[in-house]
Design a protein around this ligand. Structure first.
Ligand code: C2E
Ligand code: CA
Ligand code: CA
Ligand code: CA
Length: 279
């Protein structure tokens, strides 16, 4: 993989120049991506640990944005979302993502949960609440099916504002998840102060289960903490049966990861949502 860290400062001026030009060109292309139909959504299933769910234990999907560039091919969201954030394009792109995810989910015969990521700039946009409200009305999606994922970073900036935003979103009937829990400056204060419905335990901890005892201790503690606060827990990046067994044993409520299913176009999961596969 061509891993080129963002913000890397090259000592070679020509290369640095290339990177800037590269980014400018990429930004230019991104601004036309929606219009050109280059953006799409992949969906990754989430499985409930509970045996009570009949037929399948898939309870919902997380929508993950994909950009298929006509020349470069697939550009990962870890690259184009930050680019969209810096350039302000995130508002337009984020609105497309939310509308598209709600529109598609509303058409699924099964009323599964649909989780959508909100980037920091999107979360702090003053129109967010009214936009979410509008999309729910427009698409007819039942508010309780929509889950908005935010990272704790956005709440650090302005505690009061973050709290007020979350309360107004919750008043619409949507659910709020704290994404990547443990990856940043996680503060227990946030868990207590903000009305989260779900905590998603960061993949880094799940990855290290079975490799070091500390991760197991942290995961166990986070599950206990979440349950004590009345919040449900989702483990991210579950790749092995050993990880799954540990998480079920510890009472983790739901799992997401390659072991359950990879992110894919919704056609890959026809039997889950009840849609007929395109032939
Ligand atoms: P995230 O929200 O933490 O999403 C989970 C990422 O982990 C996804 O990467 C997914 O493909 C990957 N993943 C899931 N299960 C496994 C696993 O078992 N093993 C491994 N190694 N990876 C797994 P993806 O789709 O490349 O997205 C990366 C990040 O980009 C996301 O992290 C999210 O922060 C951001 N992103 C993606 N789509 C959107 C979007 O629509 N809006 C916003 N604002 N951000 C998005
Ligand atoms: Ca997420
Ligand atoms: Ca995550
Ligand atoms: Ca992440």
């Amino acid at each position: 993989a061509k891993a080129r860290a963002r913000g890397t400062i090259s000592v070679f001026a020509p290369e640095m120049d290339m990177q800037i030009r590269d980014r400018r060109a990429l930004h230019q292309d991104l601004s036309g991506a929606i219009r050109n139909g280059e953006l799409s959504l992949y969906y990754q299933p989430q499985a409930s640990s509970s045996k009570l769910v009949a037929e399948t234990n898939i309870v919902g999907f997380e929508a993950l944005a994909r950009w298929c560039h006509p020349i470069r091919g697939f550009v990962p969201p870890s690259e184009f979302i930050p680019l969209a954030e810096e350039s302000g394009l995130i508002v337009e792109i984020g609105e497309w993502i939310l509308r598209e995810a709600c529109r598609q989910a509303a058409a699924w015969p099964k009323p599964l949960q649909i989780a959508v990521n909100l980037s920091p700039a999107q979360f702090l946009n003053s129109d967010l609440v009214s936009f979410v409200h509008r999309v729910l009305i427009e698409t007819g999606l039942q508010p309780g099916r929509l889950e908005l994922e935010i990272t704790e970073g956005v709440l650090i900036e302005d505690f009061e504002r973050g709290l007020s935003l979350l309360r107004r979103l919750k008043a619409l009937g949507v659910r709020i998840s704290m994404d990547d829990f443990g990856s940043g400056y996680s503060s227990l204060t946030y868990l207590q102060a903000f009305p989260f419905d779900k905590i998603k335990i960061d993949r880094a901890f799940i990855m290290n289960l079975g490799r070091n005892v500390q991760s197991a201790a942290i995961v166990r503690a986070v599950i206990g903490l979440g349950h004590g606060l009345g919040v449900s827990l989702v483990a991210e990046g579950v790749e092995t049966q050993e990880q799954l067994d540990f998480l079920v044993e510890e009472g983790c409520d739901a799992m997401q990861g390659y072991l359950i299913g990879r992110p894919a176009p919704i056609d890959a999961y026809p039997w889950l949502v009840g849609v007929t596969p395109r032939l």
